[in-house]
Design a protein around this ligand. Structure first.
Ligand SMILES: [Zn+2]
Length: 288
């Protein structure tokens, strides 16, 4: 069933909902299959940088059909729309996205507040939710090989600014900079758990962590315990797909069999992530 972020993000129990970006219907179906098998809500994202490449106006109706016929709550999220992509946001809302991320984190605080509040006002008219960002997360969303590691040169989100931002914009979710980055890490990032804890104590809005691929299970669980409620995971799906391409290199030309095999690998990975974020039992829904 289609829902917005407010309905898929837990505000009470210490668990987080996974948000997985897609490039095609196979990825979307893998995500929905896992969420149904685990009976958990999930978020399907399309990054603004992929919006045209995946031909969103053609792809999204199929994805929405799958979401509407699923028996778990699923949000369809536009990931990292920038301040100069208001037209894309409107297009996404008209297409039926139930959630929008406006990333004004590179702007001065006042301007970030201004553009985010405008997107909140627009999206709420569609009953869609909005994720804002404050602090700036390193690397580029949707690019696996950014060669960007945990950023010590980017400041962590300032808790007082986060409080001011949430109050002024009325966002439904807040992405914060806590030491993670987009893309694949060459070494484990250093997450500032105290920053998460402090912001969580100052705002009631669910907090979002981007760049989960490559973060250790223990760090993910600690981040969730300290207040993270939505986790963005994408690069690992690309990495898995390319591993499967390489493994299939000399196995002939049965493309359909290859696609099935790739979806199986995605389901395995997504199920592991969902269980980790939601703190579900390890042995639940063992992927074949
Ligand atoms: Zn991101």
């Amino acid at each position: 069933m289609k829902t917005n972020l407010s309905q898929v993000l837990s505000k009470g129990a210490a668990s987080a909902t996974g948000s997985f970006n897609i490039l095609d219907l196979d990825m979307a179906m893998s995500i929905i299959d896992c969420a149904e098998a685990l009976n958990t809500p999930v978020i399907i994202g399309i990054a603004s940088r992929h919006f045209n490449a995946v031909r969103a106006p053609v792809l999204v109706p199929s994805v929405l059909k799958a979401i509407e016929s699923s028996n778990v709550p699923v949000a369809l999220h536009l990931d990292h729309a920038g301040p100069n992509q208001i037209e894309m946001i409107k297009q996404a809302l008209d297409l039926g996205f139930s959630s929008i991320m406006i990333d004004g984190s590179l702007l001065p605080l006042e301007e970030n507040i201004e553009v985010t509040a405008k997107v909140v006002e627009l999206s709420h008219r569609y009953n869609a939710s909005v994720e804002g960002e404050i602090g700036g997360i390193a690397g580029e969303e949707g690019v696996a090989d950014t060669e960007q590691d945990s950023p010590d040169y980017i400041p962590y989100t300032n808790p007082l600014e986060a409080q001011q931002f949430v109050k002024a914009t009325r966002v439904d979710a807040l992405a914060i900079a806590v030491g993670t980055a987009h893309g694949i890490y060459s070494s484990e990032p250093h997450i500032n758990f105290d920053v998460i804890k402090e912001i969580q104590s100052m705002v009631s809005t669910p907090l979002v962590m981007h760049g989960a691929t490559g973060v250790s299970d223990a760090s993910i669980q600690k981040a969730v315990s300290n207040g993270i409620r939505k986790i963005n995971y994408f690069s690992g799906l690309l990495q898995t797909a390319m591993d499967e391409v390489r493994a299939y290199d000399s196995k002939g030309n049965d493309f359909l069999q290859f696609k099935h095999s790739m979806q199986e690998q995605w389901r395995k990975l997504i199920a592991e992530q969902i269980k980790l974020y939601a703190k579900l039992p390890e042995n639940m829904y063992k992927q074949a």
